[in-house]
Design a protein around this ligand. Structure first.
Ligand code: C2E
Ligand code: MG
Ligand code: MG
Length: 759
């Protein structure tokens, strides 16, 4: 800092304004008389001045501290000269502003060159003594006054000592507090004279960057050069905003480069001040906030990732989807696709092997899926056993199918989890992100496609299409209508005859009850509405209604003469999983009076798979009641011989697809023959389904199959039509007959029956 500037600052600090000067002079009773008096006596005291100066410099030479400052005789002569100028001004004035400034400047220079205040005061004491001698000569009081001067000047010295020491002390205290606070805050300090571009940086400031203060230069360039390129604009804007008065202080976080090239997160704080017109200065602190930032980043990471697999989670997916949506609006953007993935039958693993193994499976599946992706693609754990893949930058949407196929293939080798070798498969739904998905977002579209992949048999992928959505829409409408169908009496049962073949003419031994739904004046196929009922759970109530209704009907026919007639009813897996299902069936039998041996319950293989322990217990209970159990549609599913042995089955129904093709198709013939042979050798009654032509019947007879069902005998018929047979009114072309001869049958009272059957 320049000398003059330093002096100006000192003047400001002293704060000697006109008012203060007046007050001081006033207290000294300084007046015109004093000016006149000094002016008139000044000249007479010239010799006293010369004496004083000689005396003074002689005395100063006696003390080593002052002798050192005096230097050579030429300096002394110069000093004596400027000092006599001063005395001239002291006696003759003017005592104006310039005078005051001059005095202050002299004082400042003396202080600076190290002239202690005691020499300063001592010199004034000597001066007064010389003047006294000059004025009064050998006056009797002058010796005494001279002594008084010495004592008073000594005391003045003491008073100044205490004042300045106390001020110094206060300053030191506040400085020490400041220093302690700084050490505690561990902050670096900076002080920037903006218009001169002079930057002071504290040692701690440099320390944070593992630098030495000298390495940073004296201007702001050294600071800004270290700011992270991405953060520099922000920092400059924050500084500018504060300088413009837009912010009360500077408060900004940014990254700054350390000695080793790594970046440190810091918080800079500061305030600007106008030190003089056009002179701005800004100062403040800088703190290391890397730990807080790291913790923040960790929290952010935790909020966006799944702790089990380490994959991104749903929150992160939302962000990614937003980013992709933004990118896709740009011209030339490539395709992006979403894959919704769900593990097949994961619940089975969790329930049978425990959640720990389930977790390991998820981790391993995530790992394998991850290997099928390119950098830039994202794998997200959506929740539970659901994953989502975001494929960005695809040349064509069909590429998504290739990725899906890779993922399916990656799970073909069994997983080794602890001691278990597990075969796990996934189903995948694919939706393009760009495509208009008819009001669905891409996640919903992919989810819908996933649903389709599952429904089509799992372990495969399916792509979203508009047609798929209208199907889903239709499904939803069906479900709504189905939920009201029972109450509205829209359901009815038809019965299909099952005939025995061991005589020349086949004869009726049983009927299979089949459910019909009349919706909006149209019949809906059970193949369509039964899965719908199963999904919504409504199959429980509807299934109970079917069972009761069929038992009532067949019991009615038994009492009307067809005593041996059996009743076959189809079950859904949901019914079997009801804890008290066997008891419910027993109740219905009791209520309707149908003997248990007359009831056949038909189940499919897939039902046996669902939860075998529970299903097995339920089937055993049913069998113990004397009810017959039939395995329906055999040959279309797993055709496991294990099931035939393990479950208490009485009847095997060979699926119509084999019988239909058997006479012409060699494979079907071989399979049918094998199934029939297998059933017979296991002691089961074998029923062939789908007998449509005489050739089918001949084939079955040749294979020793004794029971058959199909259009050749009769389509499923409403009760009234069958009643015409039982009463002898109709013989249905005479292709088959009744076991018991026809009797007059009272028609089933449909109204009360239906009412009674309502659950
Ligand atoms: P399912 O139990 O195998 O029933 C036999 C199906 O084959 C019936 O179809 C029947 O009409 C049909 N069928 C009978 N003979 C022939 C033939 O010669 N040729 C051909 N091509 N088909 C023949 P439907 O009535 O459409 O029932 C379809 C499936 O719906 C049933 O297959 C059964 O699994 C299910 N189902 C029907 N009613 C119920 C019910 O009350 N409860 C449950 N859970 N499922 C039912
Ligand atoms: Mg059936
Ligand atoms: Mg069947």
């Amino acid at each position: 800092m320049g000398n003059e500037q330093e002096f100006q600052e000192l003047l400001q600090q002293i704060g000697l304004d006109r008012e203060e000067i007046c007050q001081r002079l006033d207290f000294l009773d300084w007046g015109h008389a004093d000016i006149k008096r000094l002016g008139s006596h000044g000249r007479a005291l010239q010799p006293a001045h010369a004496r004083f100066l000689d005396h003074l410099y002689q005395r100063l030479g006696d003390f080593p501290a002052t002798a050192a400052v005096l230097g050579n005789p030429a300096t002394v002569t110069r000093l004596k000269h400027s000092q006599s100028d001063y005395y001239q001004r002291l006696w003759h004035g003017p005592h104006d502003h310039d005078y005051v400034l001059n005095r202050l400047r002299i004082g400042w220079v003396h202080q600076k060159i190290g002239v202690d205040l005691k020499w300063y005061l001592g010199a004034y004491r000597l001066y007064l003594q010389e003047m006294l001698d000059g004025l009064l000569g050998e006056h009797p009081a002058s010796a005494c006054f001279a002594s008084l001067l010495k004592a008073v000047f000594f005391d003045i010295g003491l008073a100044l000592d205490t004042y300045s020491a106390a001020q110094r002390k206060a300053l030191e205290n506040s400085e020490a507090r400041f220093a302690r606070a700084l050490r505690g805050a561990n902050d670096g300090l900076w002080d920037w004279h903006i218009d001169h571009d002079q930057l002071y940086l504290s040692e701690r400031w440099a320390d944070m960057l593992e630098l030495h203060r000298d390495q940073l230069g004296s201007g702001s360039a050294g600071w800004f050069a270290r700011v992270h390129p991405d953060d520099l604009g922000g920092l400059r804007r924050a500084i500018e905003a504060h300088l413009q008065g837009a912010t009360a202080s500077l408060h900004h976080e940014y990254r700054i480069r350390r000695q080793d090239g790594s970046y440190l997160w810091v918080l800079v704080r500061g305030v600007a001040e106008q030190v003089a017109p056009g002179q701005r200065r800004m100062a403040g602190s800088q703190s290391d906030i890397s730990q807080r930032r790291a913790a923040q980043e960790q929290l952010q990471h935790a909020a966006r990732h799944d702790p089990l697999t380490g994959l991104a989670n749903r929150t992160r997916l939302d962000e990614l989807l937003r980013q992709v949506a933004q990118r896709s609006r740009r011209p030339g953007a490539r395709e992006a696709a979403l894959l919704f993935i769900d593990l097949d039958r994961f619940k089975l693993i969790n329930d049978s092997l425990g959640h720990q193994i389930g977790d390991r499976v998820l981790v391993e599946v995530a790992r394998r899926l991850g290997h099928c992706l390119r950098p830039g693609d994202h794998l997200i754990r959506f929740g539970g056993d659901e994953f989502v893949v975001l494929l960005d930058d695809l040349a064509h949407i069909a590429d998504a199918e290739r990725v899906a196929q890779r993922m399916l293939d990656s799970l073909l080798p069994p997983l080794q989890v602890q001691a278990h070798q597990l075969v796990v498969s996934i189903s995948i739904g694919i939706a393009a992100l760009s495509e208009e998905n008819a009001g669905l977002d891409s996640l919903q579209a992919a989810d819908l496609a996933l649903y389709r992949a599952k429904a089509a048999g799992k372990a495969q992928f399916a792509r979203y299409s508009a047609e798929l959505q209208s199907q889903a829409q239709h499904q939803l409408e069906l479900q709504g209508a189905l939920s009201r169908a029972l109450d509205r009496g829209e359901f009815s049962l038809v019965y299909q005859p099952i005939c025995q073949l061991d005589r020349e003419q086949p004869y009726l031994v049983a009927v299979e009850a089949l459910l019909r739904w009349q919706h909006d004046g149209q019949e809906v196929s059970p193949l369509e509405f039964i899965p719908c009922l199963e999904e919504s759970g409504a199959i429980l109530a509807v299934g109970a209604w079917v069972l009761r209704q069929a038992c009532i009907q067949v019991r009615h026919w038994q009492l009307a003469g067809q005593q041996q007639l059996r009743c076959s009813v189809n079950l859904s897996s949901r019914q079997l999983l009801q804890a008290d299902f066997a008891a419910r069936v027993a109740d219905i039998l009791r209520e309707t009076g149908l003997p248990p041996a007359s009831l056949v319950l038909e189940i499919t293989e897939s039902q046996l798979m669902e939860d075998s322990a529970q299903t097995l217990a339920c089937l055993r209970e049913l069998a113990s009641l004397g009810i017959q159990l039939a395995l329906d549609d055999f040959g279309t599913g797993y055709s496991s011989l294990g099931y035939l042995k393990r479950f208490p089955l009485h009847i095997l129904k060979v699926d119509k697809s084999f019988i239909g093709a058997a006479p012409e198709d060699n494979d079907s013939r071989v399979i049918s023959r094998a199934i029939i042979g297998l059933g017979i050798s296991l002691g089961l009654q074998v029923v062939a389904e789908g007998v449509e032509r005489i050739e089918h019947l001949e084939f079955l007879r040749a294979e020793g199959c004794r029971l058959a069902q199909g259009y050749w005998f009769s389509r499923p018929r409403p009760p009234a039509e069958l009643e015409r047979l039982f009463s002898g009114e109709d013989c249905f072309e005479g292709l088959w007959c009744l076991l018991e001869s026809p009797r007059h049958v009272v028609p089933t009272p449909s109204e009360p029956l239906a009412t009674r059957a309502m659950p």
